[in-house]
Design a protein around this ligand. Structure first.
Ligand code: GDP
Length: 613
């Protein structure tokens, strides 16, 4: 269909030329590329039945539609491609070691543990860590920073191995989906008493797709009925043939629980790396790598665990991680010790960033603070545009009519907030994998780390989204705003529960029975220590009322620190009372729970039956 003019405005027409546009571009960006008046593009869209303003970011489909209509060929530049171009404009190359062969030296392999739920991934990661802490570096407080390094002896030589400490393939896939390759070798854990299960296959396929060699850990051999031979047979069908059967995959029988053969497993990892990979890196250049975990820490600000992939990261370096940047103020290793430098394949916790980056974001060290800031700002702007583009709903006049007539919603919009970038991304990728049929479209409009804020509610209001708080709560005003605007904010602490509920809701099968009703919130102003009762919180009631014997949770910096607490004691001055209302002060005793701090918030709630609707 050709549209020569609308209301007297001449419409631009191309000859099939290609126009490159970044994801989330606006009609004005498009117009600029083809030397046209933005207003004329608005007119074309109107003609197609869509109201779009000239400066708003639009979806890929809208750009495509518009281009087709005007006989242009549009090429939407992926974020990865765009990022490469951005770095190139600063003369930075990401992902390649500088210099020639002679600059490269051996580095440890980076390993991810994958497998079916309950087959022992977590237990194995703990067992490895406990038995093989790098000699001489123990002593600090063991910290879970998202990765750790161990050492093992192979052929009389000390060899190191780096483990990514978040088991499961969700994190692995989320990172890979973003173009970040974090893993050299995958350990596939299969419980010998259970055999190959659906997620075993899934994990195996992910590793294969990423071209990552696999070492199989046949776990739980201590359990009665364990059949390690059967596991070998089963996996043969999926192309993993054990060495003893003439294949090239190493299988090691272990018990994570009893700590059996953990060393053999580590040896298998080293041998597999030596046989099939050439793991070398330039340790002398400016550091580059990826972020594997990040969160906001009350005392320390934004902290991120990064895995150095090449170069050496040093305290004082200026770095960019995703859209965060800063000078490295301090670095801690996985034993909680301060370190001043970290070379290839070393994970370190970095302090000093401006904000919290995402898991899988790449990081690089640059010479000047100004460059770091500019790269970070450009990336942030791009993220905003892309988020906005996703958010813009394309409702054509036709469609709108249909939707209204049928009285049905066709798209479930979600906003995900969580306590750490890893969990948020794992949640997002699991949700996006839900098979929801053709009638409904599931979209994640926004995701982030931290409490649910007014901005989130704002976005939810504007796009009819549901807000998911994963191990975080809404801050005070956001709760009120959500209530006022009728935004559904749901809190969870277990990933599969979110998945189950969303799936049920999408299938129209959600049977709400009980809902949580917030009763009141109290801010801790002082802490009194009583030898008989433990810590008593001196509080000011911020909203609602706090009643004795109701359930409570403790919130610190918007994050839930403890669940399932009970208001065991409630006092005003010297009197025991049953309730204290908003604006009044009092004392709260949470029974045996004592880990409270000034500024923490105690939120009380009760479960009420929810009317079915
Ligand atoms: P994940 O879901 O794969 O991370 O599995 P977990 O590491 O949480 O382990 C699931 C359950 O299996 C836990 O109760 C573990 O204690 C248990 N388990 C893990 N490894 C072994 C093992 O080698 N032997 C036995 N008997 N139990 C194990």
């Amino acid at each position: 269909m050709q549209a020569p003019s609308v209301g007297g405005v001449m419409l631009p027409r191309g000859n099939g030329q290609t126009v490159r546009l970044s994801r989330g571009a606006s009609l004005t960006d498009f117009a600029e590329k083809i030397n046209a008046n933005p207003a004329s593009l608005v007119a074309v869209m109107l003609n197609l039945g869509e109201m779009v303003t000239a400066t708003q970011s639009v979806s890929d489909e809208t750009l495509q539609l518009l281009a087709d209509e005007m006989n242009y060929n549009v090429e939407i530049v992926s974020p990865e491609e765009e990022d490469r171009e951005l770095l190139e404009s600063f003369d930075i190359e990401f992902g390649e070691d500088e210099g020639g062969e002679e600059m490269l030296s051996a580095r440890p392999p980076v390993v991810t543990v994958m497998g079916h739920v309950d087959h022992g991934k977590t237990r194995l990661l703990d067992a490895i860590r406990k038995t093989n802490v790098v000699a001489g570096e123990a002593g600090g407080i063991t910290q879970h920073i998202g990765a750790y390094q161990v050492s093992t002896e192979v052929n009389d030589e000390e060899r190191r191995i780096t483990f990514i400490d978040t088991p499961g393939h969700e994190a692995f896939t989320a990172m890979r989906a973003r173009g970040a390759k974090s893993t050299d070798i995958a350990i596939l854990v299969v419980a010998a008493n259970d055999g190959v299960m659906p997620q075993t296959i899934e994990a195996l396929n992910h590793a294969k797709a990423a071209d990552v060699p696999i070492v199989v850990a046949v776990n739980k051999i201590d359990v009665e009925g364990a059949d390690p031979t059967k596991v070998r047979g089963q996996l043969t069908e999926y192309g993993l043939v054990a060495e003893e059967y003439g294949g090239d995959t190493m299988f090691v029988d272990i018990s994570a629980k009893q700590g059996l053969h953990i060393d053999s497993l580590l040896e298998a990892v080293v041998l597999t790396a030596d046989a099939s990979l050439d793991l070398r890196a330039n340790s002398e250049q400016d550091a580059q790598g990826i972020a594997i975990e990040a969160h906001l820490d009350r005392g320390r600000g934004a902290v991120a665990t990064v895995l150095v992939q090449r170069g050496t990261l040093r305290v004082g370096d200026t770095m960019v991680v995703g859209d965060a940047y800063g000078r490295v103020r301090a670095m801690l290793d996985d034993n909680g010790n301060n370190v001043v430098e970290a070379g290839p394949a070393t994970p370190v916790l970095v302090l000093g960033l401006t904000n919290v980056p995402g898991a899988g974001d790449n990081f690089l060290v640059v010479d000047e603070d100004r460059t770091a800031r500019q790269i970070a700002e450009k990336r942030a702007a791009r993220e905003r545009n892309a988020a906005f583009a996703k958010r813009t709903r394309r409702v054509s006049l036709e469609d709108l009519d249909k939707v209204l007539k049928a009285g049905q919603v066709q798209q479930l919009n979600l906003i995900i907030k969580g306590d750490a970038s890893g969990s948020v991304e794992a949640l997002e990728s699991s949700l996006l994998q839900l098979d929801v049929g053709e009638e409904v479209d599931l979209r994640v409009l926004h995701r982030g780390v931290g409490a649910v804020t007014e901005t989130d509610i704002d976005l939810a209001t504007g796009s009819d989204a549901i807000v998911i708080g994963f191990n975080v709560r809404a801050d005070g005003r956001a709760t009120q705003m959500a209530e006022r605007e009728g935004v559904d904010v749901r809190y969870y602490s277990v990933i599969y529960q979110v998945i189950e509920e969303i799936e049920a809701a999408l299938k129209g099968m959600l049977k709400p029975e009980y809902e949580e009703v917030e009763l009141g919130t109290a801010e801790i102003r002082e802490i009194f220590r009583s030898s008989k009762l433990g810590n008593i919180a001196g509080v000011l009631i911020r909203s609602g009322e706090v009643r004795r014997n109701t359930k409570a949770r403790l919130i610190r910096d918007g994050k839930v620190i403890a669940e399932n607490l009970n208001i065991e004691g409630l006092r005003r001055f010297k009197d025991d009372v049953t309730e204290i209302r908003e604006g009044f002060e009092g004392g709260i005793n949470l029974g045996s729970y004592n880990d409270i701090k000034i500024d923490d918030v105690i939120a009380t709630y009760e479960m009420r039956e929810k009317p079915r609707g």
